[in-house]
Design a protein around this ligand. Structure first.
Ligand code: FMN
Length: 404
């Protein structure tokens, strides 16, 4: 009898150990558990990527649900978010043969910065939800990939940590204006002193979108956002809605002029979805336009970002460069966005997924995947380089009489 009890007890201990290993060691990571119980990955490895949808499912398995839903989620019905990806299917790329293209070149430049592929990191809050290295890890990955890191005001790493991790690689600082002028000036000065190469002024979030996943999860940031001015109050334990509410809640052309007056760095206006707003931003002094619907996280019921790109590019008419984001997941998406008028594209969520699964090396894997995928598309579509893509005409779906 004693023997049976001993065996059962031993079995129980083994099961407990297995449960603990599975609970805190999902995906082969040695995770960090913060004092409030939030678990963040410490993975440090290359990630095999079949496509970004698959990457997302694997990231979901290792990011705690509240954090994952905050990252993945869109506003309200999430229809605009879903359309962001689907909209690329409205147009097709003609396969071109007999072009002689071999080993196409993905290098390009934006605002005087050379990059190895026309894809950069979009500014996104709280990379610390995905990995203990947070934006510093993403910055190291971006630098190793030969591209630009954009850092949000709502980053988990400090601007100094990100700059240090980038080791001199190009970085842009994304500013959410505070109600406090001194805080705005200090942040811009700090970014300049640390060597950031441009200021991204995001103007599409005077208020947070209606994020139902976050409401249901009662999601609050489990880690501080150290770049937010102290006067705006504590950030750890706040939801994104409260953080947006504490920042500036209205934007006008004057805000672009104001930021221009504070810095000699190029100012990029992010969140443009209407040709008139592109015009206004340029007249107010924008050095570049960032066409984005914030990954479908702000106004649900808005068009996909790709759907408005063509008309905005037409209005901008090459006066300033255009950066495009929202829904980029494949080489064909990059190709189509450039053919439609973008100079470079940016990715938000895919970087965070790569970071979760592999740390900075996972971020490199994401850029390697997109570069190889874009290169294949260029090869099959007869484009030698990025300038070639700009001259390629896409084909509208169903424009023949045989389509419905
Ligand atoms: C988790 C998350 C946080 C974000 N935080 C910011 C932010 O702080 N500032 C900003 O300008 N945009 C922010 N964005 C929007 C991104 O810059 C970008 O527009 C969007 O992610 C692009 O869509 P994609 O994720 O489909 O690539 C955020 C996006 C995500 C997914």
């Amino acid at each position: 009898m004693k023997k049976i009890i001993f065996v059962l007890f031993a079995l129980l201990i083994v099961l407990l150990v297995v449960w603990l290993v599975l609970r805190f060691n999902k995906g082969n990571n040695n995770n960090v558990v913060y004092d409030n119980g939030y678990v963040a990955s410490t993975a440090d490895e290359d990630v095999v990527i079949y496509d970004i949808d698959d990457l997302e499912s694997r990231a979901q398995a290792i990011i705690p649900q509240g954090g994952f839903d905050y990252i993945r989620g869109g506003a309200e019905t999430e229809n605009t978010m879903k359309r962001n990806e689907m909209a690329f299917d409205m147009v097709d790329i003609y396969p071109r043969v007999l072009t002689g293209v071999n080993q196409p070149d993905t290098e390009t430049s934006i605002l005087g910065i050379d990059i190895s592929l026309p894809v950069i990191v979009a500014p996104a809050a709280a990379h610390g939800l995905a990995h203990v290295s947070a934006e510093a890890g993403s910055a190291r990955g971006a630098a190793a990939s030969g591209t630009i890191m954009s850092v949000s005001t709502y980053a988990s790493s400090t601007l100094a940590e990100v700059a240090q991790a980038g080791e001199g690689a190009p970085q842009w600082f994304q500013l959410y204006l505070s109600k406090d002028d001194v805080a705005n000036q200090n942040l811009i000065r700090l970014a300049e002193d640390l060597g950031y190469k441009a200021i991204i002024l995001t103007v599409d979030a005077p208020i947070g979108g209606n994020r139902i996943r976050d409401a249901k999860n009662n999601f609050k940031f489990p880690l501080p956002l150290p770049n937010v001015p102290k006067k705006s109050g504590e950030t750890k334990g706040q939801g994104i809605g409260a953080i947006f509410a504490a920042a500036k809640n209205d934007f006008a052309p004057f805000d672009v002029m104001y930021v221009k007056s504070l810095t000699d760095l190029p100012v990029i206006v992010k969140g443009i979805q209407h040709p008139d707003d592109a015009e206004i931003a340029i007249l107010a002094g924008a050095d570049a336009i960032w066409v984005s619907n914030h990954g479908g996280r702000q106004l649900d019921g808005a068009p996909a970002s790709f759907e408005v790109l063509g008309e905005i590019a037409e209005r901008v008419n090459n006066r300033v460069p255009i950066i495009f984001d929202s829904g980029i997941r494949r080489g064909q998406h990059i190709f189509k966005a450039i053919a439609m008028g973008a100079d470079v594209v940016a990715i938000g969520r895919p970087v965070i997924y790569g970071l979760a699964l592999g740390g900075w090396r996972g971020v490199v894997s994401v850029f390697d995947y997109l570069k190889a995928d874009l290169k294949r598309v260029m090869w099959l579509a007869g484009a030698y380089n990025i300038d070639d893509i700009k001259n390629i005409k896409l084909r509208k779906r169903c424009e023949t009489k045989w389509c419905e």
